[in-house]
Design a protein around this ligand. Structure first.
Ligand SMILES: [Zn+2]
Length: 261
């Protein structure tokens, strides 16, 4: 049997559900070049992707040696955790590895996708009080009306550095610091105002956010991913229209409670 026909024979046929999972992971575009992987023709959706194995399912002798000590995403090369969708052109380029860097390009992309979908599994299990949307709205009003009067939080009061480690990406860290510096006091004022009518609301919301954070922490150690997923969850649960606002709120809770400790 030729290598080609053996590959086709062994290649897993994806179920529709697996296709949806893999397409969602890459946002329906090739993660290496951005080409659309699904397009509409009249009323039909046509797929133009190929399924790539990150760790090869039938390695050449050269690849076996090259990847001898490489990390793997799954013991089973046919596991969905080891599969990624690529456009045909990128797949051709990555079908046989010639360097270890080529392998880790795909490995790192997929490792992040696996981590994000592990976090998203819990999005529906944790709720957040609706008052959070009032905080977001009041922040938006404040920004519109009082921008020039914003009091910045002193750098010495910031608690981001003490929570930082090598898994907190420098861009994520700087973004959190910037949001905390600009918006912390304004958000704090709004929570104080809410407390007057509804005592304990801050502690309740803080404990909801902390519970979700602790759940993510059990599965994921990368603080950048955790922060982004906490913000994404706030976005989904609050019904806010702004992902940035959700990141600002997540940053507030990094500063004010145990998120990212
Ligand atoms: Zn591509």
């Amino acid at each position: 049997m030729s290598t080609l026909s053996k590959n086709i024979k062994n290649r897993k046929n994806l179920t529709e559900e697996e296709k949806v999972i893999l397409l969602t992971e890459v946002n329906r575009v090739c993660p290496l070049c951005g080409t659309k992987l699904i397009y509409k023709k009249k009323t039909r959706n046509l797929y133009s992707f190929e399924v790539a194995h990150i760790y090869p399912h039938s390695s050449s002798e050269y690849e076996k040696e090259l990847l001898a000590d490489a990390k793997r995403l799954s013991d089973d090369s046919e596991d969905i955790a080891n599969l990624i969708l690529l456009c045909p052109s990128c797949h051709r380029k990555h079908d046989k590895y010639t360097t270890i860097e080529e392998y880790y390009t795909l490995y790192n992309l997929k490792e992040r996708m696996n981590a994000e979908s592990n976090c998203k599994e819990h999005f529906g299990d944790y709720k957040i009080e609706f008052e959070i949307i009032e905080v977001i709205h009041s922040l938006a009003e404040n920004i519109k009306n009082n921008r020039s009067k914003f009091v910045k939080l002193e750098m010495s009061a910031m608690r981001i550095e003490e929570k930082s480690d090598e898994t907190l990406d420098v861009f994520v860290k700087t973004t959190i610091e910037m949001y905390v510096q600009l918006y912390y006091l304004s958000i704090k004022d709004k929570f104080n105002e809410l407390e007057k009518d509804d005592e304990g609301i801050f502690d309740l919301i803080a404990s909801q956010i902390k519970s979700f954070y602790l759940q993510l922490k059990r599965k994921e150690s990368n603080k950048s991913i955790i922060f982004e997923q906490v913000a994404e969850w706030i976005f989904v649960q609050s019904g806010s229209k702004s992902k940035i606002a959700s990141q600002i709120i997540a940053s507030y809770f990094v500063q004010s409670c145990e998120v990212l400790t």
